[in-house]
Design a binder for this molecule. Structure first.
Ligand SMILES: *Cc1c(COP(=O)(O)O)cnc(C)c1O
Length: 390
C-alpha cells in the first residue's frame, strides 16, 4: 500500500468526524444528556460515596437493558473480573482458559486469583475464543472425573494435574464470539464460563445480550468504553443467589445492621461510588443513540474501505455488534507499522491490537496451543477512530 492510500484513509477519517485539523481521538465519551443534572443532584444530596440512590438505579437499568436477573456495580472492570472468578471459587492451583488477544486486565484478573492462565486461539471471523480449538484442547489435554467429596464433575489438566476452573472468552472490540458453543463445551466438562464483555455493552449474539450466556459476565465503564462512569465495572448474572453473594463481597462482606460492624468473610471495597453511578445512569439513557451512531460510522467505513480495496472487519454471523472499536486488516506487520506511523504522525489516533498475552514477561511461561489466528491478527490489525457522533 502506498502513501497515497494512507493519505486517503486519514482524510476520510477526518471527514467522517468533521475534524479537518488537530487530533482525531480513537474513542472519546459523549456527555449530552442528564450527566450534569444527576451529578448536581448527587452532590446536593451529599451521598457521593458508597451509599446513594444512583447505584441501585444504575444497576437496575443495566440489568433490564441486558436482560439479566442481577447486575452488581464495581469500581472497575478489572476488579469485576477478579471478583467474578473469586466468587465461583477460582483459587490457587487452578487454571483458567482465555484468549491471548485481549487487554491485559483479563489475564491479570486470573493472576489476582492466584490461578494460571491457559491461552487458546481465536477465530478469525469473530476475533474471540474459538470453540473448535477449545474443544480440541480439552479433549487432548484433560481428564474429567467426579470428585467423591462434592460429587461434582471436575476437569484436570493431564500434564499439570491442576483443575480447569473457568473459561473466560472475550468479545473483542465489541464483536460477539461464538459464546453459545463455548458455554455448551465448557458445561460438558463441568467448567464455568465468565464472559469478559467489557467492550461489548449493546452487542447481541443470536438476539441475546453478550455477558449473559455464561455463569457470570463483566462490563467496563472506563472512559474509553461505549458507556462510561469515569471508571467503573459491573458483574452480570442470572443466578440471583450468586449475585447476592457478590454484592456482599463488594461491600466488605458487612452484614446489614443499623449500627453493628460485623463482617462474615474477607470482602472487598469494590463498590462503585454513587457519583460514578449518576454519570452511568445518564449515559444509559442515550445508549441507543450511541449504538445507532457507531453502527452508522462502521457502515460508512465499510463502504469506504471496500472502495479502496482494504479489508474492514464486519460483525460476525448471528451477531449484532456495538462496533466499539473499528478495525482494518492490512497485508502484513510491515504495512501495519507503516500505517500506524503515518496516521499517528498526522494526528489521527490509530492503535495495533494488544501484544499477545503469552508474549508479555509475566505470562510468557503460560500454556498455549497453536495460536496462528491470534498471530495473524496481531500482525495485521489496526484500530481506527470509532467515537460516536451525536
Ligand atoms: C477495558 C477492559 C477491561 C477492564 O476494564 P477497566 O474498567 O479498565 O478495569 C477488561 N477486559 C477488557 C477486554 C477490556 O477492554
Amino acid at each position: 500500500m502506498d502513501h497515497n492510500k494512507f493519505k486517503q484513509i486519514v482524510d476520510f477519517i477526518r471527514e467522517q468526524y468533521s475534524i479537518p485539523s488537530g487530533l482525531v481521538p480513537l474513542h472519546s465519551p459523549i456527555f449530552c444528556g442528564n450527566e450534569k443534572k444527576y451529578l448536581n443532584e448527587c452532590i446536593d444530596s451529599t451521598f457521593v460515596s458508597s451509599v446513594g440512590e444512583f447505584v441501585e438505579k444504575f444497576e437496575n437499568t443495566v440489568a433490564q437493558y441486558t436482560g439479566t436477573a442481577k447486575a452488581i456495580v464495581t469500581v472497575n472492570g478489572t476488579n469485576a473480573l477478579h471478583l467474578a472468578l473469586t466468587s465461583i471459587g477460582v483459587n490457587t492451583n487452578d487454571e483458567v482458559i482465555t484468549q491471548p488477544v485481549t487487554f491485559v486486565a483479563t489475564a491479570n484478573a486470573i493472576a489476582y486469583s492466584n490461578a494460571h492462565p491457559v491461552f487458546l486461539d481465536i477465530d478469525r471471523d469473530t476475533l474471540g475464543l474459538s470453540p473448535e480449538k477449545l474443544n480440541t484442547w480439552l479433549e487432548k489435554n484433560t481428564i474429567t472425573r467426579i470428585e467423591p467429596s462434592t460429587k461434582q464433575q471436575v476437569t484436570l489438566n493431564k500434564t499439570t494435574h491442576r483443575r480447569i476452573a473457568a473459561v473466560v472468552p472475550m468479545h473483542t472490540f465489541g464483536h460477539p464470539c461464538r459464546i453459545d458453543e463455548i458455554v455448551e463445551i465448557s458445561n460438558k466438562y463441568g467448567i464455568e464460563v465468565v464472559e469478559d464483555a467489557a467492550e461489548s455493552l449493546g452487542s447481541l449474539y443470536k438476539g441475546k445480550h453478550t455477558g449473559t450466556f455464561g455463569k457470570l459476565g463483566i462490563l467496563s465503564f472506563n472512559g474509553n468504553k461505549i458507556v462510561t462512569t469515569g471508571g467503573g465495572g459491573m458483574i452480570l448474572t442470572n443466578d440471583t443467589h450468586l449475585g447476592t453473594k457478590i454484592k456482599h463481597l463488594t461491600t466488605q462482606a458487612k452484614m446489614p445492621h443499623p449500627w453493628e460492624f460485623y463482617h462474615d468473610e474477607i470482602g472487598y471495597n469494590y463498590r462503585m461510588p454513587n457519583i460514578n453511578a449518576a454519570i452511568g445512569l445518564a449515559q444509559m439513557e442515550n445508549i441507543e443513540k450511541f449504538l445507532a451512531s457507531k453502527r452508522g460510522i462502521a457502515k460508512s467505513y465499510q463502504q469506504f474501505f471496500k472502495s479502496i480495496g482494504i479489508e474492514f472487519f464486519v460483525e460476525p454471523k448471528n451477531a449484532h455488534s456495538n462496533y466499539w472499536l473499528n478495525l482494518i486488516i492490512l497485508k502484513n506487520r510491515n504495512e501495519r507499522n507503516k500505517f500506524l506511523e503515518y496516521s499517528n504522525k498526522n494526528g489521527v489516533v490509530t492503535r495495533p491490537v494488544w501484544t499477545l498475552m503469552n508474549k508479555l514477561p509475566m505470562f510468557k511461561d503460560a500454556q498455549t496451543d497453536n495460536l496462528e489466528n491470534s498471530e495473524w491478527l496481531e500482525d495485521r490489525a489496526v484500530n481506527i477512530p470509532s467515537s460516536a457522533r451525536l
